[in-house]
Design a binder for this molecule. Structure first.
Ligand code: AMP
Length: 560
């Protein structure tokens, strides 16, 4: 068959049925199956739970949330870095049909105000302080009524729905309900009341709102159901072959789907031990967690793996227990994949591709895929899902051609919270989620992501995909990480700028890099400008903020 004649459409396997249960039911099933198995290790809090102990904590806090008056469909915000309470909030709220609202712990006043209002949260769980954020002080500024009114009966001008704030700090200021008091509140609610609530829930109800990073405009709240995220965690774990003997290190943030779906739900559906190495990513603590916990799996966005590979003490950690893991969330450079396999013992590492709006994973490499495909593509369509690539007119392009990736199936979000227009713009009448990512599909259905729609550079009429150039620069021995952006140019329409981070102790100058490009790539692809940096502007989840890089490059290049 000729490559060009086959449309870029593929359907994932249909022989693996979806789980038809709520998140609470799936959690209880695992806790009943492996009561004495280790469920959760939170190293920075020195806490360890068996599945039976974790189930007790989850039920206790679910009853406490019922005592606070939370109804099915109400919203509970969580604004905290990784920790045991994050996990407990996730599963306690799911058990009583409350919608968990993930709030980025790096958010400051205006962003917090926006998401609290937009999601109309009834209760909020917050940390005390973390890094440069003092959560109590920010909330006191935003909600001056907190200190004056009785706990749990907030009547506040700014947030009409908000009734109170639970603090994870040991001794929070007046007006905050300490997390430690929840155990007492639970006594007011009989276990039977919890069982009744659980029995009233169904799998299509919303259980989670995740605000997408939103590089432009206001963040939108992707609203996800039990069916969406439970099954996505399950399918991701199936692809990795997770079992109750596996131990997975989760250094990615829980407020993002990588942590709370691929991590927590991936493990909960397989009885796998979850290991949180720190409140937020730290390369040394993550490597230490792998070594000391004899972990079999490790997750991370590419920049996290780069930081671990370049960690000065890496070789002193015994990583030989590792077998698998996932790199995802952004372009996974081929060289980094190869090094993770050869230098971190992750022979079975997989790449996953997805977005918050699709729960997140829609495409993933598999254990049986050849090495070359596992490092150069994001794999094939996940079970029970469909993918297609379309052109600007909405027609499916032929295999091998570049088109916008669209996803359809169980994992597509219910919609953006309270934003029907944005939902209609993202999900078409046939149920396809338009991702905004450009991709290519080969004859066997393997997908290569070539970049974001808006990141494509058009220089002198030539289409240039930053991904291709980035992969090229990764083959330079001095380059540890690289990002390529386009900036406006009067002569060519756009010019190329490469931001480069060197390996420790390595360097190269602009002329050397230009010369190196000359003999290896077409002249029109060679960057006109280079910028040497120690880090890129990025979100906590490892998303490179190319729009910021573009702004900086425009300013700097104008001065040249
Ligand atoms: P988020 O909703 O924050 O998870 O971001 C989703 C976006 O991350 C996608 O639309 C892609 O642009 C990017 N992304 C996720 N996984 C990958 C991957 N494996 N390769 C390239 N880009 C990815």
């Amino acid at each position: 068959m000729k490559l060009q004649s086959v449309p870029s459409y593929s359907q994932g396997a249909l022989d693996k049925p979806l789980l038809a249960m709520t998140i609470g039911q799936a959690f209880d099933q695992t806790a009943a199956r492996y009561p004495q198995g280790e469920a959760l290790v939170v190293r920075h809090q020195q806490q360890r739970y068996t599945w039976a102990q974790l189930a007790e904590e989850v039920d206790l806090h679910a009853r406490a949330l019922l005592a606070l008056g939370l109804q099915a469909g109400d919203r509970l915000g969580v604004w905290a870095p990784n920790g045991a309470e994050w996990f407990i909030s996730q599963f306690a709220s799911a058990k009583i049909g409350v919608i968990l609202v993930n709030i980025n712990p790096a958010y400051r006043l205006s962003e917090l105000e926006y998401v609290l209002k937009q999601s109309a949260c009834q209760w909020l769980v917050c940390a005390g302080a973390f890094k440069t954020s003092n959560y109590h002080a920010m909330l006191q500024e935003l909600i001056p009524e907190l200190a004056e009114q009785s706990v749990g009966a907030l009547d506040c001008v700014r947030f009409a729905d908000l009734r109170g704030v639970i603090s994870l700090a040991a001794e929070p200021p007046a007006g905050f309900l300490p997390w430690s008091h929840l155990a007492m509140l639970a006594d007011e609610v009989e276990p039977e009341q919890l069982r009744c609530r659980e029995a009233s829930l169904h799998v299509d109800q919303p259980v989670n709102i995740q605000y997408t990073s939103g590089t432009t405009g206001f963040p939108k709240g992707a609203t996800l159901s039990h069916q969406n995220i439970l099954n996505n965690g399950y399918m991701v774990g199936e692809s990795l072959g997770l079992t109750a003997s596996d131990r997975l290190v989760i250094p990615v943030p829980l407020y993002h789907c990588f942590g709370m779906v691929m991590g927590n739900l991936g493990c909960v559906t397989h009885g796998t031990t979850m290991i949180y190495p720190a409140e937020a990513f730290d390369p040394g603590l993550t490597l230490q967690a792998v070594a000391q916990e004899r972990a079999t799996g490790l997750y991370g966005v590419p920049t996290m793996f780069i930081a671990m590979l370049d960690h000065p003490q890496r070789t002193s950690f015994d990583l030989s227990s590792l077998r698998t893991g996932i790199m995802a969330g952004a372009t996974c450079p081929i060289e980094v994949m190869r090094r993770v396999i050869s230098e971190m013992h992750m022979g079975e590492v997989q790449i996953a591709y997805g977005m918050t709006e699709t729960s997140p994973v829609s495409i993933q490499t598999g254990p049986a895929d050849e090495l070359e495909l596992r490092v150069t593509t994001v794999g094939r369509t996940q079970p029970q899902l469909e993918s297609k690539l379309i052109d600007a007119a909405g027609n499916t392009v032929a295999r091998g051609e570049i088109g916008e990736l669209c996803t359809r199936g169980y994992s597509v979000m219910l919609g953006y919270w309270n934003n029907p227009q944005a939902t209609a713009d993202a999900i078409d009448g046939d149920g396809w989620m338009h991702t905004g990512d450009l991709a290519q599909m080969d004859e066997q259905g393997y997908v290569r992501i070539v970049g974001r729609n808006k990141d494509m550079i058009i220089r002198g009429g030539e289409n240039i995909y930053p991904r291709e150039l980035e992969e090229f620069f990764f083959t330079h021995p001095a380059v540890a990480d690289v990002q390529v952006v386009g900036i406006p140019d009067a002569k060519y329409g756009e010019e190329i700028v490469a931001w480069i981070k060197f390996h420790p102790g390595h360097t190269a100058n602009e002329l050397e890099l230009q010369t190196w490009c000359k003999s290896r790539i077409a002249h029109f692809k060679a960057p006109r400008f280079f910028k040497f940096v120690d880090a890129f502007p990025m979100t906590v989840t490892g998303k490179i903020q190319k729009f910021k890089m573009r702004e900086i490059s425009i300013q700097e290049c104008q001065q040249k």
